[in-house]
Write a protein that binds this ligand. Structure first.
Ligand code: CDP
Length: 233
């Protein structure tokens, strides 16, 4: 049983924002995809595998997955200064770590697969949307993968465990105990590839949040799979 909480958006505690996805949106890229969750929109473009430059960054044992995350200047109300910053560098690494367990680059020594992830609109949950778009773009590019990856955050609003916090809930909600945001990524067979905990949560509620996100990741997977099949038609 999920306890009822009044959310500004009118969503139930275990209800995610409306989602949609499209594959093949950038003809010049080797693979591309868009993932939308409420007002958050991510686009991802894959280039490669290609020879890694500079040469000293090459790994002779296997290929390298290199993700670059950025928010466009006008993706939020306050204009963001273009170019990398601490947050984008951290999220780029997190996206790599979330996808690394499924991407099979053993047959691509000294090569790199570049994934560029741009947020055209950001209303929280951008790393999750970025991971979902990137996973579809990699599959579209024909990069061998063990599984699809689907990402979503759960967390806590005051005392209640909720799914998929939006910007207001993530940053501006100040009632009671405030909010906790826990972005997670799952393989399509339910294995966790990434989890971050921003805020406080008890062990019991963390378990609930993981279960809630895992269930939602199955729904995201269906949307990703449908978008990938549509491009094959
Ligand atoms: O987007 P995500 O939830 O993965 O990461 P976050 O660092 O918790 O950011 C939450 C939200 O804050 C973003 O999605 C943006 O809407 C907003 N944000 C912003 O307005 N300006 C920034 N420089 C960074 C984030």
């Amino acid at each position: 049983m999920v306890k009822e909480i009044k959310r500004k958006s009118g969503r139930k505690a275990d209800e995610m924002r409306p989602i949609s996805a499209k594959v093949g949106i950038i003809p010049n890229a080797d693979g591309s995809a868009m993932y939308k969750s409420g007002e958050t929109i991510a686009i991802a473009a894959v280039y490669g595998p290609k020879k890694m430059h500079p040469q000293h960054s090459q790994n002779p044992a296997k290929g390298t997955l290199r993700c670059t995350y950025s928010m466009l200047s006008f993706s939020v109300t306050d204009r963001i200064r273009p170019g990398p910053n601490r947050r984008s560098t951290e999220i780029s690494k997190i996206i790599e770590w979330a996808l690394d367990p499924v991407v099979m680059l053993d047959n691509y020594p000294n090569m790199v697969v570049d994934v560029h992830i741009h947020m055209t609109q950001a209303d929280a949950g951008t790393r999750c949307a970025g991971i979902n778009a990137a996973a579809m773009a990699l599959a579209h590019a024909g990069i061998p993968m063990k599984n699809m990856v689907s990402s979503i955050a759960a967390g806590k609003l005051d005392k209640t465990v909720v799914l998929d916090l939006d910007k207001y809930e993530d940053s501006d909600f100040e009632e009671g105990e405030g909010s906790t945001d826990i972005p997670m990524s799952f393989t399509d067979d339910g294995k966790l590839t990434h989890i971050q905990v921003d805020g406080y949560i008890s062990k019991e509620q963390l378990k609930q949040a993981i279960e809630m996100a895992k269930k939602a990741s199955g729904k995201i997977y269906e949307v990703q799979e449908k978008a990938l099949k549509e491009i094959e038609k």
